[in-house]
Design a protein around this ligand. Structure first.
Ligand code: C2O
Ligand code: CU
Ligand code: CU
Length: 530
């Protein structure tokens, strides 16, 4: 299979312009003085567990007038939170009083209604760049819209980025939950400021359960522990510190990396575990950081699930790799380790949290089955269409900043990806940049076919697709249903996607939030079959 870049641009409705330039160094970032977390005593705060959301009654189901469904009302508000014992309270934007917000829990097929009530202040406390599409100065500062990441949700409840609403308004969304057990998450998706709203704290977990998973007898209750990870930077007085570019009036920076990793909103917490099996459910909720987590004890994780639920079988991994937006589900057995203090490290050296193993209070009756849930591999022959979708970047006119684009096409251009409902497509993510981009599609789940190195120069300058390496299969821990995939630099990453659920308008984008806010996002439309 071979397709020229010109053809790819033609399909995107653009002439080949050849203006995708090689990458330049990122501009220097300017930040106020930043707190050094190494100056704080580690492991003095217990790990908080986000509260479970409390139902606020029932409402009539939107698609069945005779049925009632659970109803939740979750207000978004500015709150203060204690990130570390020795820091002053930090101003964040939370949901129903916490950040991460409360965890919504449901069973497969049990629909629910969630009213996301915007009670945020009218001004933002982080640096909005008014040049970005959708972030113009005439818009209210505290605007928001919440998206359920990984949810198979009708378009009117998906949180379309341009449908944000102002403080004082609310939106009630219907989540049918007709999907397999998985750890989903909700987060802000406001056009042009989503990186700032999530950084401010607007995110939380959403757990779908189902009978197949429940029957596996995995560790549950207090032995099933959510871990929401993201990095931040703080002022020395403990307030959130988001960097700005050196150019006055143009604060956007191409990526954010903070020196402080928070777990469930705490900096360097400790967690007491009994000497038995635990199930950890991890979310990478960072703006741009990839996590590579390992245990100082050298013990492996048994990874049992990924974005859209269980893997076919546990995969032993010495390191959990989680790109922004991705989730990992892992079992760790601490039996026989009472008294041990184990540090969870990121990138081998940076401590993230401490696990203190204490004797078990009761026998561990949970199991780690050898087989979890079948994930039949999709056949390429099922696909009715293959799309070539370039991940590129252009230098702006001054040449000291970059804009990342999907298929060389800005957000506001007409829709180019328009799969037919209930059809299967293969999307080839052609990464022309030097960065890995975690690419996420709303509504759907998909499988990774393979990744393959190719000649980016020939692709861009000679309109030729020339592979320079062999195709590699997804890693074993990626061989389940996904909704976010790492598109590695200089590689074509192929995914196979059944477009199921609903017709309508959704989005697909890079989950590095700085990229997403600056044009690395496109609408797509699922067309009703005729
Ligand atoms: Cu995590 Cu468009 O979403
Ligand atoms: Cu999403
Ligand atoms: Cu990106």
């Amino acid at each position: 299979m071979s397709i020229t870049r010109r053809e790819c641009l033609r399909r995107a409705g653009l002439a080949a312009s050849g203006f995708m330039l090689p990458r330049q160094a990122h501009p220097q970032q300017i930040a106020r003085p930043v707190l050094d977390p190494d100056t704080l005593t580690p492991f003095v705060d217990p790990l908080p567990i986000p509260p479970v959301a409390r139902q606020a009654g029932t409402r009539r189901s939107p698609h069945d007038a005779t049925a009632q469904v659970p109803y939740y009302r979750l207000p978004l508000r500015q709150i203060e939170t204690q990130v570390h014992r020795d820091l002053k309270p930090t101003r964040v934007w939370g949901i129903a009083g916490s950040s991460p917000g409360p965890t919504l829990e449901t069973q497969k097929g049990a629909g629910m209604l969630v009213e996301w009530a915007n009670e945020l202040p009218g001004t933002h406390f982080l640096p909005i760049d008014h040049r970005l599409h959708g972030a113009e100065a005439d818009k209210p500062g505290g605007r928001s819209i919440i998206h359920l990441h990984g949810g198979k949700v009708p378009p009117e409840s998906d949180g379309y980025p341009e449908d944000w609403y102002a403080p004082g308004k609310s939106a009630t969304y219907h989540y049918p939950n007709n999907q397999d057990a998985a750890l989903l998450w909700y987060h802000d998706h406001t056009m042009g400021i989503n990186r700032l709203n999530i950084f401010a704290g607007l995110l939380g977990l959403y757990i779908v359960r189902d009978p197949i998973e429940d029957a596996l007898n995995l560790p549950r209750g207090k032995y099933e522990v959510p871990l929401v990870l993201y990095d931040r930077a703080f002022d020395p007085d403990g307030q959130l510190n988001y960097p700005v570019s050196p150019v006055p009036g143009e604060p956007w920076v191409p990526e954010f990396f903070g020196n402080a990793v928070l777990v469930n909103g705490k900096l360097l917490p400790y967690f007491e575990v009994e000497a038995r099996k635990y199930r950890f459910r991890l979310l990478n909720g960072a703006n741009g950081r990839f996590f590579h987590l390992s245990l100082s004890s050298g013990q492996e994780f048994q990874q049992i699930g990924t974005d859209q639920g269980l893997l076919p079988a546990p995969v032993p991994v010495p390191m959990l790799s989680i790109a922004p937006g991705e989730r990992a589900d892992a079992i760790v057995d601490f039996s026989g380790q009472a008294g041990a203090k184990i540090v969870v490290n990121n990138d081998s050296f940076r401590p993230v949290m401490q696990l203190r193993v204490v004797p078990p209070v009761a026998p561990d009756n949970s199991s780690l089955p050898k087989a979890l849930r079948p994930v039949p591999r999709m056949a390429e022959a099922e696909a009715v269409k293959t799309r070539m979708l370039a991940l590129g970047e252009i230098n702006d006119l001054r040449g000291d900043s970059v804009t990342m684009l999907l298929n060389n096409t800005p957000w506001h251009a007409p829709i180019t990806e328009n799969p037919v409902l209930n059809s299967v497509e293969i999307w080839n993510l052609v990464n022309l940049t030097d960065d890995a981009h975690p690419i996420h599609l709303h509504l759907v789940r998909f499988q990774i076919l393979d990744r393959r190195r190719f000649d980016t120069f020939a692709y861009q300058n000679r309109d030729t697709l020339r592979y320079t390496g062999a195709a590699t299969s997804p890693e074993p821990h990626e061989a389940g249903w996904k909704d976010t995939v790492r598109a590695d630099p200089g590689m074509i990453t192929r995914i196979i996607v059944p477009f199921e659920g609903y017709a309508g308008r959704y989005v697909w984008h890079c989950h590095i939030l700085e990229h997403e806010d600056n044009e690395m996002m496109r609408p797509y439309e699922v067309i009703a079959a005729r």
